[in-house]
Ligand binder design. Structure first.
Ligand code: ATP
Ligand code: MG
Length: 562
């Protein structure tokens, strides 16, 4: 057993002897080794060279008395347990001594019983606990500091992550802007290429020349649809593609699609059928142009990958969770898709058979876009297919307007069917148009196209001149390019409207984005055509505005004669 090392501080030699005697008697089986000091100075010297388990301290020394003795000792040593020795009547002082830093007290009169060793053990234990507590506290403080540091690091990381998110958002925005600009830059020359090949087709050409021009036209159209696909895909990726949920009549909408697809199907001698379930409500609410894009993609694929048999567009109602959906199945009897490739075809740039692509063209973006668009419309795109037998792609989208949504009506459906029955017989005498476009090629193209449609077109290549002419001369229509230097189309239109000019203004936009279209209407335009401008588009616009022109002319004549 290890001895308890005791330092006894007492100025009275007699008392020291008594205490030592008591120690040796009452601590019988616990070995004690003790040292003595008659004042604090001597104690300090001893404490420098030895370590002690406990100090027995007489409160009343020559130089100090009472609590002061404890305080002075604690200045010398703050760690070692201290038991103060008091007179029998000094209980109060002993309590004060404990407050001042002692651990316990024993009255000198009680040295003969076992109070002294108990007090020694107690104060040693108490000190140990105190030290442990202090260490635990220190450890807790260290851990707290560590946690605070980790929190600080976390905060810095969060801030950095936020910054990176912001940067990513900004670069996404930059990507969106880059796409819009790209779309402008690419569509403008495409406008020229496609438009002039159309015009060239009307010229006296040899069979071979006609074939070459036809090839240019097909290639240009393919390039344009590729550019459109890439732009669409990137826009969906960048979250830039917006939807406009509007209520429209489903039948004329489908008629337009069927007319075009039937032409393509006929070319490959495929049977094409529309199976329409008549229990479907007349009008549905979704984004018609996105839905049209989806159906065209699926139907074009069906035609592309089918050599014989039929293609069916089946339209049926569906109810899920008591909500109305509309389902479009595009069924073909084509080459089909092997089971293990069925998931992969929805990924961008993925095609089952690259040799087929070399022959028939395509980028592998159609299905990726269709899937994303279907999801954007709140629906799904699914596939069932058997290799060698055929495939069915199904789009299922909500058909009712979203709850508490304010739904506008889309009145543009069926224009194609109307347009096809429209004869391009435009009364030349009352139809003249001002064409404003800064790009010389496009200006010439639109002017030529309008002239071919029987419209007297006046070309102007800048906005200030256009504003001047429009306010001095009478035009039945104004075709206004939007992106022009100095004064752009929005600005010019606003100026004309504030001058009280009510002539229909048709914006020519290179941007096919919804926001740009809305900006056109806000500026005061009546309509818009997006580039590349084709004869069909111009014909549609003229047919829409010529009756108004005619009426205006008739009214004018009436008021003239009265
Ligand atoms: P893009 O549509 O970009 O012009 P693509 O038609 O090749 O090119 P997707 O429409 O994405 O691209 O189709 C991806 C692939 O899925 C196709 O290349 C083809 O292998 C397969 N596929 C799509 N539709 C059918 C179908 N109806 N029958 C058989 N295979 C199909
Ligand atoms: Mg495709």
């Amino acid at each position: 057993m290890q001895a308890i090392r005791v330092l006894l501080i007492d100025d009275d030699a007699q008392d020291r002897r008594l205490v030592k005697k008591a120690l040796s008697e009452v601590c019988g089986n616990t070995p004690i080794s003790s040292a003595e000091a008659e004042n604090l100075q001597a104690a300090e010297e001893l404490l420098k060279i030895n370590s002690y388990d406990v100090v027995l301290l007489d409160l009343n020394l020559v130089e100090t008395r009472g609590t002061e003795t404890v305080q002075n000792f604690r200045r010398i040593n703050s760690e070692v347990p201290v038991v103060v020795l008091t007179g029998l009547e000094d209980e109060d002082m002993a309590i004060e001594a404990i407050k001042a830093g002692a651990d316990d007290y024993v009255a000198k009169g009680n040295l003969s019983n076992d109070l002294l060793p108990r007090s020694i053990r107690y104060s040693i234990e108490r000190k140990k606990t105190e030290i442990k507590l202090r260490q635990a506290k220190k450890e807790a403080e260290r851990l707290q500091a560590e946690t605070e540091l980790a929190n600080k690091h976390l905060q810095v990381s969060i801030e950095r992550a936020n910054l990176m998110t912001k940067e990513a958002m900004l670069s996404n925005q930059a990507k969106g802007e880059f796409l819009a600009n790209m779309s402008h830059e690419i569509r403008t020359p495409m406008n020229g290429i496609i438009g002039f090949t159309d015009i060239l087709m009307d010229e006296q050409l040899s069979t071979q020349q006609r074939e070459y021009v036809g090839i240019i036209k097909t290639a240009a159209n393919n390039l344009l649809s590729l550019v459109n696909d890439i732009l669409d895909f990137s826009k969906v990726e960048a979250g830039k593609l917006d939807t406009q949920i509007k209520k429209f009549n489903i039948k004329p909408f489908l008629d337009d699609i069927v007319q075009l697809i039937r032409l393509e199907a006929d070319k490959k001698k495929l049977e094409f059928k529309l199976e329409f379930d008549n229990s479907i409500a007349d009008s549905i609410s979704t984004d018609s142009s996105r839905l049209r894009q989806c159906l065209f993609n699926l139907l074009s694929n069906a035609i592309k990958f089918t050599d014989k048999g039929h293609i069916i567009l089946r339209v049926t109602p569906e109810t899920k969770d008591s909500k109305n959906y509309i389902r479009f199945d595009v069924e073909d009897t084509g080459i089909g898709i092997p089971q293990d490739k069925q998931e992969f075809v929805f990924e961008a740039f993925s095609q089952v058979d690259s040799s087929f692509t070399r022959e028939h063209g395509g980028t592998g973006l159609g299905l990726a876009i269709t899937k994303q668009l279907s999801e954007l419309l709140g629906g799904t795109l699914t596939l069932t297919s058997e290799q060698g037998k055929g495939s069915t792609f199904s789009i299922c989208i909500p058909a009712s307007p979203p709850e508490n949504g304010n739904i506008l009506e889309d009145k543009t459906q069926g224009e194609l069917s109307q347009e096809n029955s429209f004869s391009a017989d435009i009364p030349q005498s009352i139809c003249n148009a001002l064409v404003v476009e800064d790009n010389r090629t496009n200006l010439l193209l639109i002017t030529l196209l309008l002239q071919k449609l029987g419209v007297k077109a006046v070309p102007v290549d800048n906005a200030p001149e256009a504003i001047q002419r429009a306010s001095q001369e009478n035009f039945d229509m104004i075709f206004m390019d939007i992106q022009m230097p100095q004064i752009d189309g929005y600005e010019a239109t606003k100026k004309l409207r504030t001058q009280g000019i009510t002539t229909p203004i048709i914006a020519i936009t290179a941007h096919a984005m919804q926001a740009d279209r809305e900006k056109c209407f806000e500026a005061g335009c009546n309509d818009y055509v997006s580039k590349p401008i084709s004869r069909v588009k111009l014909q549609q616009i003229i047919s829409k505005y010529v009756p108004a022109v005619k009426n205006a002319a008739e009214n004018h004549m009436e008021s003239f004669s009265s």
